[in-house]
Design a protein around this ligand. Structure first.
Ligand SMILES: C[S@@+](CC[C@H](N)C(=O)[O-])C[C@H]1O[C@@H](n2cnc3c(N)ncnc32)[C@H](O)[C@@H]1O
Length: 259
């Protein structure tokens, strides 16, 4: 993963995210994901690829809710602890676990809410979604935020503008790998694609969630079209819809190419 190659850069990134969250929280309602769970009975919440774990904050303020942040980077653990200590919150109900999103060390049906905010692009999508489907209880919700193809197109444009021609190769590789994943359902992992990100589309998310016993109940695109947020619920009767959505994705691509 790109995040694992430069630890200082990663640490700086997390600190920036933390500052941004505090700024947003001070000026506006930053609880839109949290609001999507107000009708649920919540006892346990997990943030997969948590970084600083800022999305857990509103849950940590609830009575009798246990919050877990999981991240593969040890540095995320440091920032996570700093964040919750500095926030002045009661930290007794918050814990960090160093682990990968592809192998989540919890039993089946443990969590009422799982958060995964812009972390799926760095993971083996199928494995991570399947793990989330396993540890989420039926009726529980996944609050997912992903990168759209526009994120990498935007990255490419910015790098062309800055004349970082060498750096431009990275988003191009991500776009090719993401397109392959989109069309075939398989993520490229070796060679050039080792540790590279992939984008997600509604088709991919719906299909992979469906295969893991979950269904998309709502979605929202960010104003810059570079990210998309989904509310996904664990249920039983969704595999058919997932397959249908994937076919539609492929059909639209075919029509686009012919056109
Ligand atoms: C872009 S950051 C997002 C952090 C946080 N969710 C947020 O919204 O600020 C992606 C995070 O995913 C973590 N990550 C990458 N690959 C992972 C994996 N395989 N398992 C668990 N975490 C992973 C990174 O260490 C990083 O903290």
């Amino acid at each position: 993963m790109q995040f694992q190659t430069d630890k200082t850069e990663h640490l700086n990134y997390l600190r920036q995210e933390l500052a941004l969250y505090e700024e947003e929280a001070a000026s506006a309602n930053n609880l839109s994901s949290f609001n999507a769970t107000v009708d649920l009975k919540i006892g346990k919440v997990l943030d997969v690829g948590c970084g600083a774990g800022q999305q857990l904050l509103p849950f940590s303020r609830m009575n009798n809710v246990q919050c877990f942040g999981l991240d593969v980077m040890a540095e995320a653990g440091e920032i996570f602890s700093d964040f919750f200590s500095l926030s002045g919150e009661n930290v007794s109900n918050v814990a960090f676990i160093r682990s990968s999103g592809e192998e989540i060390p919890f039993e089946d049906n443990t969590f009422d809410v799982v958060i995964c905010r812009v972390a799926l692009p760095y993971m083996d999508n199928k494995k991570a979604i399947s793990e989330i489907g396993r540890i989420l209880r039926p009726g529980g919700r996944l609050l997912l935020k992903t990168h759209t193809p526009m994120f990498y197109i935007g990255m490419m444009k910015r790098r062309i503008r800055d004349l970082s021609i060498k750096q431009m190769i990275y988003p191009v590789i991500c776009l090719i790998g993401g397109t392959w994943h989109w069309l075939t359902g398989k993520q490229l992992k070796g060679g050039l694609w080792k540790g590279k990100e992939v984008f997600q589309t509604t088709g991919i998310v719906t299909r992979e969630a469906g295969e893991s016993g979950m269904r998309v109940v709502s979605e929202e695109t960010s104003s810059d079209r570079e990210a998309k947020s989904y509310i996904i619920e664990k249920s039983y009767l969704c595999n058919l819809i997932a397959a249908y959505y994937y076919e539609l994705d492929v059909l639209f691509l075919g029509l686009f190419v012919i056109h």
